[in-house]
Design a protein around this ligand. Structure first.
Ligand code: PMP
Length: 364
C-alpha cells in the first residue's frame, strides 16, 4: 500500500538524544541535556501546586475549548477569546495552519535554515516549498517578498530564528507586512518571545489590527518550562482562527496542560527571573567565544549557535563524553557549528570549562 507520494522522502522529526540512552551508552552517571532549548530552571512552583489538585480528574476528558486558559491568556494579551487557538505545543498549531490552508496547488515561503516543522508539515500537504537562504542567520525579507507569487498561501517568519538565535527588527517587520499581499498568511513564530530583550524586537500583536493576515504562534514549552505538557497557541483574527479551529482535534490539549499553562501565565516574576539568568548565561558564552575568536550569532533565544570552524559533530561528541548533550549543527544546516541551550549557571560554567580544555588540548 502506497502512502501519499510526498511522504516518500520525508523523514520523521529526529529529536536530540535522550538522557537515558546516552547514560547507558557511555556509562556516565550525570548527563545534562542542553539540546532542545528547554528551561533549565524547570517551571513555576505555582504550576506544581495547581496540577496536584487535578490528579483526581484524570478519567474525565478535558475542556476541548480550553475555556479557563483561553480567558486568562486573552486577558493577559489583551486580545479577544475568539482570537486564540490552543495546540498540543505550537508544533500542532503549525500543523493545523498547514492543514487548514495548504493544498498541492499552493506554495509556501520560508527561510533556510529555520525551524524544520514549517517545511515538514507543508510537504505533508503536498505544497511547493520555497526556501530563501538566511543572511548571517537573519531572514532575507527582500528575497522572501520576491519569492511570493499568486500561488503563495503562507510565509513563515521565525521571529527568533531557530537555530541562529537572530531576530527580525520592528521596522523590517512593518515594511515586510506592508508588502505582502493581504491574501497571504504571515505566520510569526514567537516560540522564544519571553526570552527576548532587544529594544527593536517588534510588538507583533500591535500589527494585528492593520494586518488581518497575521498569525502569531507562542508556546508554554520554553520560558514557561512546560515542554512535557505540550501547550502552545496561535493568535489571529477571528476568521483565520475559525478556519484553523475546523481542523483541530476535539481534545487536543490535556486537562493538566491547560491548568498548568494557566497557572504559569500568572507567575510572571518567574519568567522575568529566567529571562535575566538566560541573558547572563548568554553573555558568558559570548565572552568565551570572543576569547577563542569563535564566530557566534548574538541570540534573543535561550540557545546559542557557535561556529567552531571544524565539524560540529566533533564538538558534539566531545561534549557528549563529558556528559552534555548539545545539538550538532550538521542536522541544522550549519555543519561547522553546535547549538547549545543556555543552562543553569553551573552548567554553563562547566560546559565552557570543558570547551576551554578542548581548545587548550588542540593547540598544544
Ligand atoms: N517554533 C520554534 C522556533 C521552536 O524552536 C520550537 C521548539 N523547538 C517550536 C516552535 C515548537 O515548540 P512546542 O511545540 O513545544 O511549542
Amino acid at each position: 500500500m502506497q502512502a501519499k507520494r510526498q511522504l516518500q522522502h520525508l523523514k520523521p522529526y529526529k529529536p536530540g538524544k535522550n538522557v537515558e540512552d546516552v547514560q547507558e551508552e557511555l556509562g556516565l552517571t550525570k548527563i545534562v541535556k542542553l539540546a532542545s532549548n528547554e528551561n533549565p530552571f524547570g517551571c513555576s512552583e505555582a504550576v506544581k501546586r495547581a496540577i496536584e489538585k487535578e490528579m483526581s480528574e484524570l478519567a474525565v476528558y478535558p475542556d476541548g475549548y480550553a475555556t479557563v486558559l483561553r480567558e486568562k491568556t486573552a486577558h493577559f494579551l489583551n486580545v479577544g477569546t475568539e482570537n486564540l487557538i490552543f495546540g498540543d505545543g505550537s508544533d500542532e498549531v503549525i500543523q493545523m495552519i498547514c492543514r487548514a490552508y495548504l493544498t498541492a496547488d499552493d506554495n509556501t515561503v520560508m527561510a533556510a535554515p529555520t525551524f524544520p516543522q514549517y517545511k515538514h508539515n507543508a510537504v505533508v500537504e503536498g505544497a511547493e516549498i520555497r526556501e530563501v537562504p538566511v543572511r548571517d542567520g537573519r531572514h532575507d525579507l527582500e528575497r522572501m517578498i520576491e519569492a511570493i507569487d499568486e500561488k503563495t498561501k503562507i510565509v513563515w517568519l521565525c521571529m527568533v530564528n531557530n537555530p541562529s538565535g537572530e531576530y527580525i527588527r520592528d521596522k523590517e517587520l512593518a515594511s515586510f507586512l506592508s508588502q505582502v499581499p493581504e491574501k497571504v498568511l504571515v505566520v510569526c513564530d514567537e516560540a522564544y518571545y519571553e526570552y527576548v530583550v532587544a529594544d527593536d524586537y517588534p510588538d507583533t500583536l500591535s500589527f494585528m489590527n492593520e494586518h488581518r493576515n497575521l498569525v502569531i504562534t507562542r508556546t508554554f514549552s520554553k520560558a514557561y518550562g512546560l515542554a512535557a505538557l505540550r501547550v502552545g497557541y496561535g493568535i489571529a483574527n477571528t476568521s483565520v482562527i475559525a478556519a484553523i479551529e475546523s481542523v483541530r482535534q476535539p481534545f487536543n490539549t490535556s486537562r493538566i496542560g491547560q491548568l498548568a499553562a494557566a497557572a504559569a501565565l500568572e507567575d510572571q516574576p518567574f519568567i522575568d527571573h529566567c529571562r535575566k539568568l538566560n541573558r547572563e548565561g548568554l553573555e558568558k558564552f559570548y565572552r568565551f567565544c570572543r576569547r577563542h575568536e569563535l564566530t557566534y550569532y548574538p541570540s534573543q533565544g535561550n540557545f546559542i549557535l557557535i561556529d567552531f570552524a571544524r565539524s560540529g559533530d566533533e564538538i558534539y561528541d566531545y561534549l557528549l563524553r563529558k556528559g552534555y548533550i548539545v545539538r550538532s549543527g550538521t542536522a541544522l544546516g550549519y555543519p561547522n557549528a553546535v547549538r547549545i541551550t543556555i543552562g543553569s549557571e553551573d552548567e554553563n560554567d562547566d560546559i565552557i570549562e570543558h570547551l576551554q580544555h578542548y581548545f587548550q588540548h588542540q593547540t598544544q
